[in-house]
Design a protein around this ligand. Structure first.
Ligand SMILES: [Zn+2]
Length: 339
């Protein structure tokens, strides 16, 4: 996971003319939906619930049939607007905001609400409503792969079994008493106890580390809140799952291989020059070296997968005596890849 900066230009999507309301000039469709959601969750739904409760009280006295609680069915839709989806794809470089996987070539994007809009899991049970006033709030919308966003069976590393995982309606806090359950209130106190890393606010690279097998872990010696955030995010987003770990390992191995290969080509070309070999032969090797350099640079492009892990590994490789450090010593400025 990496930090993604939300810019004012991308935020405009919910307010620009493409999403203006046709019925209420001056309002956007996001404003209108927010108004309706507030009315639904604070007036319409409680009134329906009260009616059912009263009828059931009567039925209990008269021996009549009890009614089910009214179904909660607010039609949030602005977040799925094609313009919003397009802007989120651009912002997140078509990668999942949480696991950094490419997935668009095999499955549609999920537009994920960081704070769940309809319901939220509190102490293990699903409670309504969720953060209904943030259903079309730009800062609450993320591009996510279905694996991170939806509840699903996830592969446990190293064993032939799965366990239930995925973010779903989870939004855990360190202190439940700080949870905001109504619109119009500041989220500042809740933010201070939020247990999920927000890629657009936090710097996940400051708290996450990776091992040679692609495992992801909290960094050592973190303060309590950061440790809990890293731990909880790895758990809730399912960043630990086996198939994802294996994909990260593939890329980690590729990075190590590229660094060693580039080092060998540099040495070989030096030797060839010293030995006075033909310029054509040297150029042939130089062309292959350039291809490897291109592959290495491509691995660190903003849209590349698992950039957080690759940058973590490259920082390790830049330590004295390691492959990256040796390349820096011969004039290859690999630190540019970390910017
Ligand atoms: Zn994901």
């Amino acid at each position: 996971m990496i930090h993604i900066k939300r810019t004012s230009s991308t935020a405009k999507v919910l307010t620009d003319k493409r999403l203006k309301s046709t019925r209420r000039p001056g309002l956007t469709r996001a404003d209108l939906e927010c108004e309706k959601a507030i009315e639904y969750y604070t007036v319409t739904l409680p009134a329906e619930q009260a009616k059912v409760k009263a009828k059931n009280a009567q039925a209990a006295l008269n021996g009549g049939a009890l009614l089910d609680s009214p179904k909660i069915k607010f039609p949030f839709s602005v977040y799925g607007d094609e313009h919003v989806v397009k802007e989120l794809m651009t912002l997140f470089h078509k990668k999942c905001a949480y696991c950094e996987s490419h997935f668009r070539h095999v499955t549609p994007a999920d537009i994920e609400h960081f704070r769940p809009k309809g319901a939220v899991i509190i102490n293990g049970s699903l409670e309504h409503p969720g953060y209904y006033w943030l259903g079309a709030d730009w800062d609450n919308l993320f591009l996510s792969c279905p694996r991170c966003n939806r509840k699903d069976q996830l592969d446990v590393p190293g064993v032939q079994s799965t366990v239930s995982g995925g973010k779903g309606n989870h939004f855990p806090l360190l202190d439940e008493s700080k949870r905001v359950r109504k619109h119009g209130l500041s989220l500042a106190d809740e933010e201070a106890v939020r247990l999920l890393l927000n890629p657009c606010i936090d710097d996940p690279e400051a708290v996450l580390r990776y091992e040679d097998d692609g495992s992801i872990l909290p960094k050592r010696r973190l303060r309590k809140l950061n440790r809990r955030r890293a731990d909880t995010s790895i758990s809730v987003y399912g960043l630990w799952q086996g198939e994802l770990r294996d994909k990260r390992k593939e890329l980690l191995d590729q990075l190590k291989l590229e660094l060693i290969t580039i080092e060998r080509f540099l040495r070989m070309i030096d030797r060839m020059k010293s030995a006075g070999e033909s310029p054509a032969d040297i150029q042939t090797e130089q062309d292959v070296l350039d291809m490897h350099m291109g592959v290495l640079k491509g691995m660190f492009e903003p849209g590349a997968e698992y950039l957080g892990m690759l940058r973590y590994q490259l920082r390790q490789e830049l330590e004295p005596g390691r492959a990256g450090d040796r390349l820096v010593r011969v004039g290859l400025d690999l630190t540019k890849l970390l910017v």
